[in-house]
Write a protein that binds this ligand. Structure first.
Ligand SMILES: Cc1cc2nc3c(=O)[nH]c(=O)nc-3n(C[C@H](O)[C@H](O)[C@H](O)COP(=O)(O)OP(=O)(O)OC[C@H]3O[C@@H](n4cnc5c(N)ncnc54)[C@H](O)[C@@H]3O)c2cc1C
Length: 497
């Protein structure tokens, strides 16, 4: 099996992975491996922006309080403090690297206020293209580094461990399996969106890194806390959601209606359509369940075509491409998995419970989001904790002997069934039983069904990327469902009936 050695191997090239690579000493050899192309990650999709205290009227105590309030008492306050206090310097560093944040008339950074924030502190780039701008800039910077090899189209299969249970390399799949030996593995593979039928996440976000870290002995935390965005466009032809319809549409007077045309949010919350995200998602889920339909509608026909096409050019264009004129027709919408607050449990330097295995970004549970994420804090978390992880590695020692953990050849028969059918069943079970509204019976049923699939795949052995992904999706689904079954009370994004 081909192999190579590096000081550090980073699985994942979104904001967390790229920023970790940029923060490593230039003397350290490093490989970044990504599943598809480097630009294809959730970070490039981020629209709203990144939260940080920039304006004199704001302060880090307020950002801390807003974050803790959203987290419903389940955040790690020390880590939240680290995040908000490091926010301004990380923004400055990004600007120094060439990220061009939008500015106001006086040249100051332009900030907006998002749901849950008591101050204007969300910075953005190119209007609603924040993530794309950041990632493009950081890719250029990483490409210029001579100590970093960028390995595209490489699938992380497993994190290797030695006889002392320390991480000592990664097994990856390109055309053939390959091994990269290293004393420092950073998993930055993002969230789990594709485990659900409806998700705003990229197609490659299947929770592989979290699953590989679990197999290497790392512990997970808060996997039951999955955030859903209330309104994604529902594409009837495909039977699933397609793209996000920003909260700003409801901010401009958009009203959610059921199939009878009733405005139902007034039954659920005094703030009606502008209630918090989890309340709106739960209300929509109930309407859909009661009527046995896959979506509700968003009505913004109170505005003219001219207004809507100027105020929401991207959304208006996307709707039009799907045959809907927002000024005349109600837009079909459904909630969509968006983010996971949980992940691999780490300390404030990204260290997991497996020595030598670090986790950053959405794959990690640093504890800063608790039971619910405050809008625009996730990009900030990526920056603060991946830099701390790199700083720790920069100071570290590099003595571990590593080539003792080559994976053994197994003689399993190989999978013979319809792998895509298994994948669809996992997604469907998660949508029905592991989604916005959960109950004990449904959770138990889904656990039993998914366990059958994972056991079957284990017996067969996995040889292709699709098989490995599907197996990982099964493992991640079980983590979410089992954690949800254990937490009996409803809190934050976790709602049980
Ligand atoms: C539509 C959308 C809008 C959002 N808007 C915002 C926002 O405005 N503000 C905000 O703070 N947050 C936002 N978020 C959340 C935020 O974008 C993510 O939480 C964050 O970008 C995650 O970054 P990451 O580096 O951890 O992972 P990602 O950016 O998702 O990167 C994951 C990387 O891992 C790689 N990878 C995955 N599996 C494997 C494997 N098996 N082998 C090799 N490589 C692998 C992928 O190729 C990719 O390079 C949004 C999310 C979405 C989906």
């Amino acid at each position: 099996m081909p192999s190579k050695s590096y000081d550090v191997v980073i699985a994942g090239g979104g904001l967390a992975g790229l920023y970790a690579a940029l923060s490593l000493d230039k003397e350290l050899s490093c490989a970044i491996l990504v599943k598809d192309e480097l630009f294809t990650c959730n970070s490039s999709l981020a629209q709203g922006g990144i939260a940080a205290v920039i304006r004199p009227a704001d302060n880090t105590e307020k950002h801390l309080e807003d974050t803790l309030r959203a987290a419903k008492g389940l955040a790690n306050e020390e880590h939240v403090r680290l995040m908000v206090e490091n926010g301004p310097s990380e923004i400055k560093n990004l600007a120094d690297l060439g990220v061009s944040f939008d500015t106001g008339p006086g040249g100051d950074f332009y900030t907006t206020r998002e749901g849950g924030h008591t101050e204007k502190r969300v910075l953005h780039c190119g209007g609603d293209a924040t993530g794309a701008h950041m990632i493009q800039t950081l890719i250029r910077k990483v490409q210029a580094k001579t100590n970093v090899d960028i390995l595209e189209d490489r699938f992380l299969l497993d994190v290797l461990t030695n006889s002392d249970k320390q991480a000592c390399g990664v097994l990856l799949l390109h055309d053939e399996p390959e091994v990269l030996f290293t004393p420092h593995v950073i998993v930055a593979t993002g969230g789990i969106g594709q485990v659900y039928q409806n998700t705003t996440n990229q197609p490659g976000i299947t929770g592989d890194g979290i699953a590989a870290a679990i197999r290497a002995g790392a512990k997970t935390r808060h996997m039951e806390f999955v955030q859903f965005h209330p309104t994604a466009f529902f594409d009837a032809a495909k039977g699933k959601t397609a793209f996000l319809i920003s909260e700003a549409v409801r901010g401009e007077g958009g009203i959610l209606r059921n199939h009878q045309g009733e405005a139902f949010m007034e039954k659920h919350h005094p703030m009606k359509d502008l209630a918090p995200r989890d309340i709106v998602s739960q209300a929509i889920a109930r309407e859909m369940q009661n009527a046995g339909v896959p979506h509700v509608f968003l009505d913004i026909t109170s505005h003219s075509r001219d207004f809507l096409s100027k105020r929401f050019p991207t959304i208006f264009g996307n709707c039009r491409d799907h045959g809907i004129d927002m000024s005349e027709q109600h837009v079909p919408v459904a909630p969509s998995q968006h983010y996971i607050m949980g992940g691999i449990h780490t300390d404030s330097f990204g260290r997991s419970t497996t020595e030598g295995l670090y986790v950053c970004g959405e794959a990690a549970c640093t504890g800063v989001h608790g039971a619910n994420r405050l809008a625009s804090n996730s990009l900030l978390e990526c920056l603060v904790f991946s830099r701390r992880c790199a700083d720790l590695i920069n100071k570290g020692t590099f003595h571990r002997h590593s080539d003792e953990a080559l994976p053994a050849n197994d003689d399993k028969p190989g999978f013979k069934g319809d792998i895509m059918a298994i994948r669809m069943q996992i997604k469907s079970l998660m949508q029905t039983h592991g989604g916005i509204v959960k109950n004990e019976k449904g959770l138990q049923q889904a656990i039993a069904d998914i366990k059958k699939h994972t056991a079957r795949l284990e017996r067969a052995g996995l040889t292709t990327r699709t098989e490995a992904e599907t197996y990982n999706m099964g493992l991640i689904a079980l983590e979410v469902l089992i954690a949800a079954l254990k937490r009996k009370e409803s809190v934050g994004a976790h709602y049980r009936t």
